[in-house]
Design a protein around this ligand. Sequence first.
Ligand code: SF4
Ligand code: SF4
Length: 343
Amino acid sequence: MPTMKRCALPDPSGFFEIRFESIGGLGAHAAGQILARAAVLKMNLNGAHFSSYGSEKKGSVVRSYIRLGAAEKPIRTSAPIDSPDVIVVFHGALMEQDVTMAGMKDSGTLIFNGAVDEVHEKLELIPCGTQIVRIDAMNIAVEELSRPNAVMLGTLTRTLPFLDADIVLKALTEKFAHRNPQAAAANERAFLRGAQEFELLEGVGKGTGDLPVIRPSPVLGYETAPIGGVIPYPGNTVSNDLSTSRTGLMPLFKEQDCIHCGSCATVCPDFCLVWSHEEGKVEKTNGDSAVTVRLKGIDYQYCKGCMRCIETCPTEAMTRVTETPGLADQLRVPLFAQSTPTN
Ligand code: SF4
Ligand code: SF4
């Protein structure tokens, strides 16, 4: 097994900066809180933590920032972290976007949530000096009835020797001990597996030097908006793509078990179930032709993985599976003849 590069806290004049790239529902914000709290209250470090996220609780992009420094180094900035020492990617789909890995340092560490053998093509852009760590956080979380944030915290503390893993684990346990003791025990198991079951990937990053910083800005501003506020190219929900809203799990449709009752369609909030309408297949008693409606599958472009269809299905024709790279594309039944994701 390759030797792990252990990141050290910088000299007292600098900060050690960590950026979590995640999707609402995976627990990145809570993980950042736990880490910063443990560092400040129990490890004699200075620290700051904050997150940025959209209006939705689940499914939108979340960035969580942790800035740490020596006790004598005051932290007087709350600016987003552009060039982190460590980037932790909680969802593999985020690696499609250049902004996820923006500012990655050649001397830094990238930890990503990925299944065994998963090597995203964008990892080639990572600087060749960056330590790349893969952890199958979603599968571990499912097996331990925990969440990926507990696993990712375990892996992260293993790469940062100045963080005391026992203290971070204790902080994680304390957060849930009163609310849900069972969750606390599950998180502990997930954390310990995260600290042990990661893999170091060598020879994957081919970039030279630090990756450039990207600061996303609105497409339209006061200088670029068309006169009168007209939007010449309005958006269309047909081209929307909700696949990044799925937090590692997806519904799987088994046609052979389906009785085409339609229960799933009554609860699906995004109308992503695809039905066939076959006229004339059933004759009503009065002789009129009728329409047979049958469920064909799921258009995963619009499925946000809420799992309501699974909860309502009376025959287990819908089941919950871990999403592996390419699975949704392979099983997708398109709702429209042409619908190309634009985001
Ligand atoms: S609820 Fe289950 S059985 Fe009914 S249509 Fe949906 S998948 Fe088929
Ligand atoms: S998980 Fe099921 S109910 Fe939820 S959006 Fe996807 S298909 Fe619809």
